[in-house]
Ligand binder design. Structure first.
Ligand code: B12
Length: 222
């Protein structure tokens, strides 16, 4: 595929998300796959790029909540098609991760993208969904004995709840590693809240998780 055609398809995917054109997304996604477009690229440089533009339109009050929901549906329609074909660098380091969006917050697109990357890399993901009460994270970590807990928040108001979740998990199991993310989260906030890691996007989240698991395994060996 020529770079021009690739850009054209990525742009079309982004535009179809912006135009909440669910059917359009499906048609372009199939076309893109038939022409050999990389599914990871299609998701992060096509669908997600569209969603970023949607965020801008919302901030400019051109779009409101109903439009956001329809755009999210369009994004998910594309994700359903690309997800089974997405690849991540498979490593021998496999681990278990409890994942969810914190209480009060229903923004789950980012969390779902992180999940897709983790599953593609061979991680076992226990997905608690969105608007998850604090105790649920603690319970699920203990139940599954997962090495990592990944928390997502998209609002400054709900982000503060992460601090309590981190504290509660560390109290019950100090060995569990906690990574946090979502648009309002920064490296500084992660450090302040006592998290073990922060990543700005799904691929960096995966890299960090692999490092966390490797260092845990090294500790066990010693
Ligand atoms: C789509 C959207 C919605 C949709 C959500 C649909 C869904 N199923 O997710 C709906 C319509 C439901 C919605 C509702 C609301 N929303 Co809204 N929404 C958005 C919007 C436009 C896009 C978010 C998004 O999906 N981005 C795309 C994804 C791919 O990005 P991401 O989530 O950041 O994820 C990436 C990284 O952050 C990271 N990541 C994410 N999670 C994790 C976790 C870990 C562990 C790691 C390591 C990394 C990581 O990796 C991801 C992939 O690379 C944003 C605007 C924006 N600019 O972000 C507002 C925004 C988040 N919403 C906002 C608000 C205020 C609301 C409402 C209160 C509006 C209202 N008046 O009702 C409600 C709140 C509902 C609630 N209680 O949660 C504000 C939050 C303001 C703030 N800072 O607190 C924003 C920023 C818009 C704005 N500028 O005002 N929203």
């Amino acid at each position: 595929m020529t770079p021009e055609r690739e850009n054209e398809l990525l742009e079309k995917l982004a535009q179809a998300v912006v135009n909440f054109d669910e059917e359009g997304v499906k048609v372009i996604a199939q076309e893109a796959l038939a022409e050999g477009l990389d599914p990871n690229k299609a998701v992060f440089e096509g669908l997600v790029k569209g969603m970023q533009e949607v965020g801008r339109l919302y901030e400019e009050q051109e779009y409101f909540v109903p439009e956001l929901l329809m755009c999210a549906d369009a994004l998910y329609a594309g994700l359903d098609i690309f997800k089974p074909l997405m690849k991540a660098d498979r490593t021998s380091v496999r681990g278990q991760v409890v994942m969810g969006v914190v209480q009060g917050d229903v923004h789950d697109i980012g969390k779902n993208l992180v999940k897709v990357m983790f599953e593609a890399a061979g991680f076992q993901v226990y997905d608690l969904g969105r608007d998850v009460p604090l105790e649920k994270f603690v319970e699920e970590q203990l139940r599954t004995d997962s090495e990592i807990v990944a928390l997502s928040a998209m609002m400054t108001t709900t982000m503060v709840g992460m601090k309590d979740v981190i504290k509660a998990i560390k109290e019950k199991n100090p060995r569990a590693k906690i990574m946090i993310g979502g648009a309002p989260v920064t490296e500084d906030i992660a450090a302040k809240f006592g998290a073990d890691g922060y990543a700005k996007d799904a691929s960096n989240a995966l890299k960090d998780a692999i490092n966390m698991i490797s260092s845990l395994r090294d500790l066990q060996k010693d």
